[in-house]
Design a protein around this ligand. Structure first.
Ligand code: GTP
Length: 237
């Protein structure tokens, strides 16, 4: 049977850690290849895909303890750029057309973020990777995903995590943790659930962008998410 993807244009948010495999830091090529082959599969179904990537496999804003917060965040933005170039390389190796756009201009490395150009790339069947977060300190890459989703009119944010869904507490620590299959934005905010930060959650809420949180550990999950299968946790109105 031939099934239609549920979504036409999506943002896939990949954490930096998702690219590091079991090492937990740096880029693990087989892991990135596995993620990219899933992206290719979905891309070939005709879905327009923009990727927002984090940088935590190299540097986390919060790891600069005692450091000026803005400086630490700028270092994190550079880390996202390393990941974006790594993803670009692997996707191109797989014959998927890609364009990287950076929120902070570094023209020698990639094109700057221009909203209308990003949309044009998507229409011309290219995967677009957004690097450098929003270009501002104090804003996470989850917030970037929310912002870019609103800007390019994406139907959903696919928030790929190392955990398979949202729980009320850490299931690795608490065996009785409750797993949610559905949540409202307000639930996430009120319960202080650590799925994404409150800036990102409110931006999605204000712009009616649903977020699907799911685990990357199962190889077919990106495809299943795009096909509308009920995996992970959906956060919406
Ligand atoms: P069209 O205009 O639709 O043809 O898009 P295109 O991206 O194929 O054309 P363009 O000539 O803009 O880009 C050709 C290549 O150069 C692509 O790989 C772009 O990502 C890259 N590119 C475009 N602008 C910049 C830039 O400012 N800096 C860098 N480093 N690369 C750029």
């Amino acid at each position: 049977i031939f099934l239609e993807p549920k979504y036409k244009r999506v943002i896939i948010k990949l954490s930096g850690e998702a690219l590091s495999g079991s090492a937990g830091h740096g880029i693990d090529t087989p892991t990135v290849q596995s993620i990219c082959s899933q992206i290719k599969e979905v891309f070939e179904l005709g879905v327009e895909i923009a990727i927002v990537v984090g940088g935590g496999n190299f540097w986390r804003g919060r790891s600069g303890e005692g450091m000026d917060k803005s400086t630490a965040d700028y270092m994190g933005m550079l880390a996202t750029c390393i990941n974006a170039l790594g993803l670009q390389d692997v996707l191109e190796e797989m014959d998927v057309p890609v364009r990287v756009q950076t929120a902070i201009e570094m023209k020698q490395i990639a094109e700057p973020y221009i909203r209308r150009k990003a949309i044009r790339h998507l229409e011309k069947r290219r995967v677009v990777i957004f690097a450098c977060g929003t270009g501002n300190p104090f804003f996470t890459t989850d917030t970037t995903a929310a912002l870019r989703a609103a800007e390019i009119d994406a139907e959903i944010i696919l928030l790929a995590k190392s955990i398979d869904a949202v729980y009320d507490s850490d299931p690795l620590v608490n065996p009785d943790a409750i797993r949610y299959s559905e949540l409202s934005y307000i639930d996430v905010l009120n319960q202080g659930l650590k799925v994404m930060d409150s800036t990102a959650t409110s931006l999605c809420m204000d712009n009616h962008i649903p977020i699907l949180v799911f685990g990357l550990n199962e190889p077919e999950n990106i495809l299943r998410a795009i096909m509308g299968e009920k995996i992970g946790t959906i956060i919406q109105e």
